[in-house]
Ligand binder design. Structure first.
Ligand SMILES: Cc1ncc(COP(=O)(O)O)c(C=O)c1O
Ligand SMILES: N[C@@H](CCOP(=O)(O)O)C(=O)O
Length: 466
């Protein structure tokens, strides 16, 4: 398979970078997101040869061409092995069947019980190797609607060359999610409860990246899915699950509970690499901007409405920019203009040509709050499966797209992260795994912060002394 040598910005006005540079940079200096200059295609026989391999070996073969010479072969293998050693299931991402031709891909066996661990554990290892080599010290700032934050803290806690600041919307994450972020005792961890919603957290994060003086002074790095390495790690489980269902000899479809569009974008990359994905279905909760955009062509923000699937309470869906870049023929100026309209006017209209391109790849659906509860209840009663509300959104939307082609719905978090919603739906409270059983007894530590760039930057500078 050909190797990717460079990553380019979706806004076309930042220097092209190597894999390691793009990973440590996060957001491009023109405000865009890095993508591979071109996506390598994995030949049919190499996809077939993934059957029966360990998750780690498959991960190595799928990701290696994207890494270029940033990491040596043995070094990269060792990084992958360390990343997944702490997962609670030997298959890492096992499949379970919930109906004729309908499967759940369980992505919650990592240390913080959500799919974020697949990428964050890998990024943690990659950062450590890269920073030790360069002697650099970085300040990671992340925005979270609940799961990215805990996964990032878990991956970077206690590291001597990293400070990690996580912005989460105060009162809008589940109690388990909040405690996962506020109970770690390491002094390099800073949980910041922001007065606002997730879009505010993500907007302030991007503002920090666009303030070059601050960015350079603190050595700002990002581990949200704006970071290409996050997306890359998530490509792997599309391959492993599809191959175990017969790919590349037969096609497979995926439904992805979607918010910031990072996870489904990884599926889009898998498809571009040659994995025969028939349908790629975007499943949204009541914050349905992506479903509306695909249906009408109007990408218009309406304000975030809190839901029982809080990690998907997002309106400004960051990675959508990456598919727009392709849909507009990789015209960075056109993308920059759309993003400008989004910022100044709260939305934009997708051109007819780009909309047709998007519709050729993606389907979409929306799931209401009542439907989410009903789906959790039905899966519990019919299949004995307890699923989290995000997964329920996926299962519900996937129901409209079932066919003779196997459908895989991504099960993105463990139900115990959202016990109130699950208990309300099923009458039973899902227990936390043993290693987290004392989560509610641990003391919490967090700082309440305003939705104000200057105040946030001042706090980060003071805490890091930079
Ligand atoms: C449990 C869960 N499901 C789904 C999503 C949506 O994923 P994405 O933001 O990659 O679209 C998230 C947040 O990212 C999440 O934490
Ligand atoms: N749902 C996410 C929001 C941030 O998404 P990311 O994939 O861009 O990090 C969360 O749980 O924090």
């Amino acid at each position: 398979m050909r190797h990717v040598s460079r990553y380019v910005s979706t806004r076309g006005d930042a220097p092209a970078l190597s894999f390691e540079q793009a990973m440590l940079t996060g957001l491009a200096r023109d405000g865009g997101l890095y993508v591979p200059e071109s996506v390598p295609v994995m030949p049919h026989e190499q996809i077939a040869a993934l059957a029966g391999l360990s998750y780690e070996e498959a991960a190595y073969r799928i990701m290696r061409p994207f890494v270029g010479d940033s990491f040596g072969d043995d070094e990269f293998r060792a990084i992958i092995d360390r990343a997944y050693a702490g997962f609670g299931h030997s298959a890492r991402a096992p499949l379970t069947q919930i109906g004729p031709n309908h499967f759940l891909l369980e992505l919650f066996h990592g240390p913080t019980l959500a799919f974020k661990d697949f990428a964050m554990q890998l990024i943690g290892q990659l950062f450590q190797v890269a920073l030790e080599r360069s002697g650099q010290r970085v300040t990671i700032v992340g925005a979270t609607s609940g799961d990215t934050g805990s996964a990032a803290i878990e991956a970077f806690r206690g590291l001597s060359n990293v400070d990690v600041f996580i912005l989460f919307p105060r009162g809008r994450v589940s109690e388990v999610q909040r405690r996962q972020m506020t109970t770690p005792v390491e002094s390099n961890v800073h949980a910041l409860a922001l007065e606002g919603d997730f879009d505010d957290c993500q907007a302030r994060l991007k503002d920090m990246f666009n303030d070059f003086e601050f960015r350079d002074a603190v050595g700002l790095a990002g581990v949200n899915s704006i970071n290409w390495a996050r997306v890359l790690a998530q490509v792997v489980y599309y391959f492993t699950s599809a191959v175990s269902l017969g790919a590349p000899h037969r096609p497979v479809s995926f439904t992805v509970p979607t918010g910031n569009f990072g996870d489904i974008f990884a599926g889009y990359i898998a498809r571009a690499m040659g994995l025969p994905i028939e349908k790629l279905v975007i499943a949204t909760n009541q914050n349905d901007i992506l479903h509306r955009a695909l249906s009408t062509g109007a990408y218009t923000t309406t304000g975030v409405a809190p839901s029982i699937s809080p990690s998907m309470d997002i309106q400004v869906s960051s990675n959508f920019e990456r598919v727009l870049f392709d849909a507009y023929g990789r015209d960075g100026r056109a993308v920059a203009q759309l993003m400008d309209e989004l910022k100044t006017e709260g939305g934009f209209t997708i051109s007819q040509g780009a909309l047709e391109t998007l519709r050729a790849t993606f389907e979409s659906g929306r799931c209401s709050e009542d439907e989410t509860y009903a789906t959790i209840r039905t899966e519990h009663d019919r299949n004995g499966e307890t699923i989290c509300p995000h997964t329920a959104v996926g299962v519900n939307v996937a129901g409209g797209f079932l066919s003779e082609v196997p459908m895989v719905t991504l099960s993105t978090a463990h139900p115990a992260k959202f016990p109130d919603a699950v208990e309300k739906a099923t009458g039973q409270r899902p227990p936390l795994p043993d290693r987290m059983a004392d989560l509610f007894d641990r003391p919490e530590r967090m700082t309440e912060v305003p939705n104000d760039l200057a105040a946030l930057e001042a706090l980060i500078r003071e805490r890091t002394g930079r």
